[in-house]
Design a protein around this ligand. Structure first.
Ligand code: M6R
Length: 357
């Protein structure tokens, strides 16, 4: 039930700190060690490469998951859009493990891949919010997101839960492979929970951003580099899905290879800077579009901020910033849709789960 909230989406954005706490609790034993089903650990140990299969927002979470598996555990990982993979299957490694990410566990495109790879005898793991869903029943193993039911068509808490659960899975993979990642993940996820709460408490300030940048525009761009680029893809999807503003996410470095031609006077550009390594580069990209008339909304993180930034999220571990920065984009999409008088929870032409290929 949405209770006192005006919309399910707003409730579900607000549910995220509780979902984080639940995940921390569910994936930890009494001694505070990360806890994952031994059968899944065996799958990870036996795999020489991970193939993450998903659609939409779940695909975007998979892109972040790849960073964890490769940077922490050193396991090569590919992320594929399910509907492409079925008809354009890449070369597979000798011992692939297929990880299906799906909030609903009912996405037909992902199921089509599962059916195919089962015929080939490959191992599968479904990461889903819905126990007993089709993808959960049909895969060899399941990891549950514990985000609670997600009703709004626009996915919010499932995305952050997917990233959190993938981070736990990747840490466990690293542990099993004897890699020291130098991070106490659960402590860092607890800090993330606090940071998400701070952003939620600051929703009125984010609504002001919408007033300033999105009231009349027909398009908007989201730029970032590395993980911030992936969050930009998700921010753009959220905005187009419910506000119907044409929105696209781009890698900051790609602008000069074509996209920058789209920039006109007052085109809104959301630029995200939460990674120290690329902080200056993305700011350079922001200046490039600003010089061509764009209205840049610079979103950065405490410790990396500069004078004039529009919004600064609280400081969290660099690998976990998507969990916090995306909440800003969720609110931006929510208020943009609300201000345009759209049906926030049930956008036109869309269904909550896409059960046809
Ligand atoms: O249930 P799933 O995670 O498999 O759904 C995948 C996509 O259909 C879904 O994430 C969709 O992109 C959302 N409506 C985006 O907000």
């Amino acid at each position: 039930e949405k209770g006192t909230y005006d919309h399910y989406m707003l409730k579900e954005i607000n549910d995220q700190p509780a979902a984080m706490r639940k995940i921390i609790q569910e994936y930890q034993d009494e001694d505070e060690n990360l806890k994952i089903d031994p059968a899944i650990i065996k799958q990870l140990r036996d795999a020489d490469r991970l193939y993450v299969i998903a659609a939409g927002t779940s695909y975007h979470a998979g892109l972040i998951g790849k960073e964890y598996f490769e940077k922490w555990a050193g396991v090569p990982t590919e992320v594929h859009v399910a509907s492409e993979f079925v008809y354009n299957t890449p070369m597979l490694s000798e011992k692939p493990l297929f990880i299906f990410i799906s909030q609903s566990g009912e996405t037909a495109d992902s199921r089509a891949v599962l059916v195919e790879i089962k015929k080939l005898g490959h191992q599968s793991l479904t990461v889903t919010n819905v126990p007993g869903s089709t993808l959960s029943r049909e895969a060899d193993q399941t990891l549950i997101l514990h985000a609670g039911p997600e009703i709004a068509v626009a996915s919010t808490k499932a995305y952050t839960a997917q990233i959190a659960v993938l981070s736990i899975l990747a840490q466990v993979a690293a542990r099993e492979l004897g890699k020291d990642t130098g991070i106490n993940l659960m402590t860092e996820l607890a800090k993330v929970t606090t940071a998400i709460t701070a952003v939620i408490d600051d929703a009125p300030a984010i609504e002001q951003i919408v007033n300033e940048y999105l009231e009349t525009t027909r398009n908007a761009f989201f730029i970032g580099r590395t993980m911030d680029y992936y969050v930009g893809l998700e921010g753009a999807l959220k905005l187009k899905e419910i506000s119907y503003i044409q929105a696209e996410g781009f890698a900051g470095g790609e602008l000069k290879h074509g996209t920058i031609a789209l920039i006109e006077e007052n085109t809104p550009v959301f630029a995200l800077a939460t990674q120290e390594r690329i902080n200056l580069n993305i700011r350079g990209n922001a200046q490039e579009v600003e010089a061509r008339g764009a209205k840049v909304c610079m979103i950065s993180m405490e410790g990396l901020e500069q004078d004039g930034d529009t919004y600064v999220i609280p400081h969290v571990h660099e690998m976990l910033t998507p969990l916090v920065s995306v909440v800003v984009y969720q609110f931006i999409a929510y208020y943009a849709a609300l201000h345009r008088g759209n049906d926030v929870d049930k956008p036109r032409n869309l269904a909550k789960s896409v059960t046809v290929e």
